[in-house]
Structure formats: structure tokens, C-alpha cells
Design a protein around this ligand. Sequence first.
Ligand code: PDD
Length: 282
Amino acid sequence: MILLQDGLFHRSEVHIDIEDRGYQFGDGVYEVIRVYNGQFFGMAEHMERLERSAREIQLQLPYPTDLLQERLNDLINATKLKDGQVYLQVTRGVFERMHHFPVNPKSTLVAYTKETGRPLDKINQGISAITTEDIRWLRCDIKSLNLLGNVLCKQRAKEANCDEAILLRGNTVTEGSSTNVFIVKDRTLYTHPANNYILNGITRNVIIEIAKTQQLAVKEESFDKVALMSADEVMVTSTTMEITPVTTIDDLQIGSGSPGPITKQIQVKFDEKVEKLLTAAN
Ligand code: PDD
């Protein structure tokens, strides 16, 4: 089942026009929301970010986010989604192709579900990453459909047999191609400040909160490649990858070469939040 604007349809019934501006220009915004045990994780934060992204590109959502939440609940009930994710996108709708905004646009909203388990092997064992130039635009804070820069960077990682590309703007580490990046040095966590160079991740903010409860210092400060490579621990975070340790970057071992104690400590606390949903009756 697919949520299209305000109704549920079978996939074969859904038709997206070739002149939808999302299809032609990437003119729209999106969210990926995790579902554990039939319950949304961080729904309020995702709705808030969606509203912000829409506002930043002057896109009118078709209806308020409280109604959208109800519709998304209907969607996961109709699909009986237990563990997985909801992909949601809103575009500036269909109009004869021209770059500037149409007058009175009617946005297109589509959401669908995907069943996926937690990537536990990677969460437990860690991944390898490459560093590569951050070739994206200057509004990475907007969760826009324009992901070509991210796609090309992730493809580089894939071709190097790695799971993530860590992006460098000049010498500054910004984020991953589809994740935020944290490093640990002397029990302090560092992550790039939430400005226009990164997406302010929902998982990123959960981790900052957890670190505070664990008496770990967090500095939202940019750091360079030397700091990245000489960190005690490196982790990438996202809705789908949760908290994944990075044990090798550009073929060089990070810290001990296995998931570090601070990463594990934060993972335990994150798991407690997930467990709460997994054990809750719905
Ligand atoms: N990506 N940075 C970028 C560039 C991202 O694409 C993502 C998420 C994040 C992490 O944000 P969050 O913790 O809110 O998921 C950071 C999603 C999952 C995706 O595009 O599939």
C-alpha cells in the first residue's frame, strides 16, 4: 500500500506524472522514519524537520503534520509493518517544465513502507569508510530530494568496498554521504555543528542527549581530517544505520581497530530506547 496525498492505494494504482517537479528537478523534500515493533521512532522530530525543510524551499505541505502523522499510522497499520521504515516525500507537484515555481502549486505527497531489520552485524562489528571531497551544494541542512552529490560519494565508497564515504569540505569533516559523523577523543565527542553544511540528524540529536546523560562531553565543533584519522573512536549515525562504529578509514585502522568503549556505551543506551518500543504493546 502507498499513501498518496490523502488516500491509500495499491502500488499499481499510483501514477506519478512525468512533469512532477520532484522527478524533473528534485524539487521536494523527504524523510526516512524508523519503525520498531509497529511504532515510529522520533516521529515528532521527523515532522518538525520536514516542516523546516519545506519552509526553507517555500513548499507548502498538503496538510498539517498532525494529520500527516495519522495518515502515516494508517499506512503502517494497513501494511502491518512491524520492523522497517517509512519513506515519505513531498514535491512541488506537476507543472509544465520551467525552472521557477508554478503559480498555486499543488504538492505531491507519497509515502510507502519497507520492511528491514536492524543492521546488527555492522552495528556490532563496525564498518570501513573512505574520505572524499564533499561535492554537495551549500544547503545540506535541507533534506532535499537532490541527492546526486551524496549518491556519487556513496558510489565511490561502494567501489572501494566500503560502507560509507566521510565527506571533507576543504579539510573539514562535514558528515557522511547518508550519515552524521562523530569522533571521540579523550572521552569527548566531537561532531560538526548543525549549520548549512550538514543535515541535522535525528539520530545525531539522540546521541548528543545520551552523551549528556552519560557525563560525556559533547562539542559541536568542526574538526579536520587529521583529527578524524587520529581519533580514539569514530562512529556514523542515521535512522537506518543507528550508531555504527567506523573501524577503518582509507585503509587505515582507527583507534584499536574495533568498536570502542564510548561507542559501545552510547549504543547500549540507544538500544534501551529501541527496547522500550520493542517491548511495548501496541
Ligand atoms: N539519511 N546526513 C545525511 C546526508 C543523511 O542523508 C542522513 C540520513 C543523516 C542522518 O539523519 P537521521 O539521523 O535523521 O536519519 C545525516 C537517510 C536515512 C536516507 O537518506 O536514507
